[in-house]
Design a protein around this ligand. Structure first.
Ligand code: AMP
Ligand code: MG
Length: 410
C-alpha cells in the first residue's frame, strides 16, 4: 500500500480537487481591443459577426470559361468570347445569349453566367469557344457568402484564437477585436537550498530549476508573467512576499515548502493571509498541493520536486488558468494503449507515470515507460511524450496490459 495515502483524513481525489478549483474561479471580466495580428492565443470576449459576405462575390473555382447553364443543352455548343474576368478586375457588363467570358480562379462570375467550364475541356479558336457535349451546369462557381454569410457569427464566444481564426477574421475585414485582458501571474521558488544559475554550486545546494520549468509552462499569450525569484524558508519573508504580490496579481504560484517538513511553511502562511481550500491530493507525483485565495488572488502552492511541479501544473493549474482567462475548457485527450513495460505501482493514489507513446505498423498504440519515475527526476520526463495514467487501485502493470495515456507536448 502507498504509505502517502494512509492519512487520517482521506485525501482529495483529482476530480474533487478540480471541482473545488473550478467552483472557486471567476473568469476575468475586463477586456481590451487588440489589433488582429496581436491577438493570437488570446480569448475573444464577445462573438464576432461578419460585416460582409465571405466570399464577397460569386466567383470562379477554376481557370476556364464562364457561361450561362442555359447554353449547355447537352449538345456541343460554340459561344463567342465577350471578354475576360480577371482576379481583381471583373468583366464589366453582362453576358448576352451566345456569349462566354474567359475567367480565372477567384474572379467575379459575370452577370448572365452561372457556370465555369475548365479551360482543359474547351477548344478556343480566336473568339470562338467550343464547348463539348454533356457538361454539368452550375459547376465551379463559389457562391457569395458560401464560407460565412453577412451577419453570421465568424468566431463564437468564448474562443481562444488560433492562427486559422486570425485568417478567418481577416477574411471578414476585421482589423481589431475585443479580447479578455491578460492574467497577471507571479511565480516564486521557495527554499534555502536553491542556487541561482551562474553561481558556483556548493554541497547542500541545488540549482533552482522550477522557475525555468514554470516560466516555460506559463508561456501563453493570455498570461503576463512575473518571475518573483526565490523566497527563503522563512515564514515572515514568505508571508510578506505573498501578501504584497497578491495585491497586484490574479494568480500566485509557489514551488516547494508545501509539505509537512519543519521548513514547509506555505500552507500555514496561506491560512494566515488568506484561505486554504485544500492542501493534499491523492495523486502521484504531487500530493502536497495547496490551493486557496489571498484576497482576490488565487494561490497555488505546488510541490518542490520538478517532476511533481510539471504534473500538478498540467493537471490542476493549467485548467484553472484557462477557466480564469475565460477560455472554454480543454479536456485532455486520453487514449488506450498497450503497455510494453512492466510498471511498478502501489494502490492508493492516482499516478501519472512518464511514458513514450508510439504507433506500430498496424496502427496499434504502444506505450513504454520513459524510465525512472522519481519526482526529483527530470531527465525521464524530458524524454517522455505522455503520461501513463494509472488509477488509484492499480497495483502494477505487466507487459501487454492496456493502460490509459495522456499525450503531452511541452
Ligand atoms: P520541499 O517541498 O520544499 O521540501 O521540496 C521538495 C524537494 O524539491 C526538495 O528536495 C527540494 O530540494 C526540491 N526543490 C524545491 N524547490 C526546487 C526548485 N526550485 N528547483 C529544483 N528543486 C527544488
Ligand atoms: Mg523546501
Amino acid at each position: 500500500m502507498d504509505l502517502c495515502s494512509q492519512e487520517r483524513k482521506p485525501l482529495l481525489s483529482l476530480a474533487e480537487a478540480l471541482a473545488n478549483i473550478s467552483a472557486a474561479i471567476q473568469p476575468v471580466n475586463e477586456s481590451e481591443n487588440l489589433a488582429l495580428k496581436n491577438a493570437l492565443g488570446r480569448v475573444l470576449s464577445a462573438a464576432v459577426h461578419a460585416p460582409i459576405n465571405i466570399p464577397y462575390d460569386r466567383n470562379a473555382a477554376m481557370d476556364g470559361y464562364a457561361c450561362a447553364s442555359a447554353e449547355l443543352t447537352g449538345q456541343p455548343v460554340t459561344l463567342t468570347l465577350a471578354g475576360t474576368s480577371w482576379a481583381g478586375r471583373p468583366f464589366q457588363g453582362a453576358l448576352q445569349a451566345g456569349q462566354c467570358a474567359r475567367i480565372f480562379t477567384g474572379a467575379v462570375v459575370p452577370a448572365g453566367a452561372d457556370t465555369v467550364i475548365m479551360q482543359e475541356q474547351v477548344q478556343a479558336d480566336g473568339e470562338s469557344i467550343r464547348f463539348p457535349a454533356n457538361l454539368k451546369p452550375l459547376q465551379n462557381v463559389r457562391a457569395a457568402g458560401e464560407d460565412v454569410k453577412q451577419g453570421q457569427v465568424v468566431c463564437a464566444y468564448p474562443k481562444k484564437l488560433s492562427a486559422v481564426d486570425l485568417g478567418l477574421l481577416a477574411s471578414a475585414g476585421i482589423a481589431d477585436i475585443p479580447v479578455k485582458r491578460q492574467l497577471k501571474i507571479a511565480f516564486f521558488s521557495t527554499g534555502d537550498e536553491l542556487a541561482a544559475l551562474g553561481e558556483p554550486l556548493v554541497s547542500g545546494k541545488l540549482y533552482d530549476s522550477n522557475r525555468y520549468l514554470l516560466n516555460g509552462l506559463l508561456a501563453d499569450p493570455c498570461h503576463a508573467v512575473v518571475d518573483g525569484g526565490v523566497i527563503a524558508d522563512d515564514p515572515k519573508q514568505l508571508e510578506d512576499t505573498l501578501r504584497a504580490a497578491a495585491e497586484n496579481c490574479d494568480v500566485l504560484i509557489t514551488t516547494g515548502g508545501a509539505s509537512v517538513g519543519d521548513a514547509d511553511y506555505v500552507k500555514d502562511v496561506l491560512a494566515r493571509c488568506g484561505q486554504v481550500n485544500f492542501w493534499k491530493i491523492a495523486i502521484k507525483p504531487g500530493k502536497p498541493l495547496a490551493f486557496g485565495t489571498i484576497g482576490g488572488c488565487y494561490f497555488f502552492g505546488l510541490p518542490g520536486n520538478p517532476a511533481a511541479v510539471m504534473t500538478t501544473f498540467q493537471q490542476l493549474v493549467a485548467p484553472a488558468l484557462r477557466q480564469l482567462s475565460g477560455a472554454p475548457a480543454l479536456h485532455p485527450l486520453r487514449l488506450a494503449a498497450t503497455c510494453t513495460s512492466a510498471l511498478k505501482k502501489s494502490p492508493g493514489r492516482l499516478e501519472f507515470q512518464r511514458g513514450n507513446l508510439s504507433q506500430n505498423a498496424d496502427g496499434e498504440l504502444l506505450v513504454a515507460s520513459a524510465g525512472k519515475q522519481g519526482s526529483h527526476i527530470l531527465s525521464s520526463l524530458s524524454e517522455a511524450n505522455c503520461f501513463i495514467v494509472l488509477p488509484s487501485e492499480c497495483a502494477g502493470i505487466s507487459p501487454g496490459e492496456q493502460v490509459t495515456v495522456e499525450p503531452f507536448n511541452v
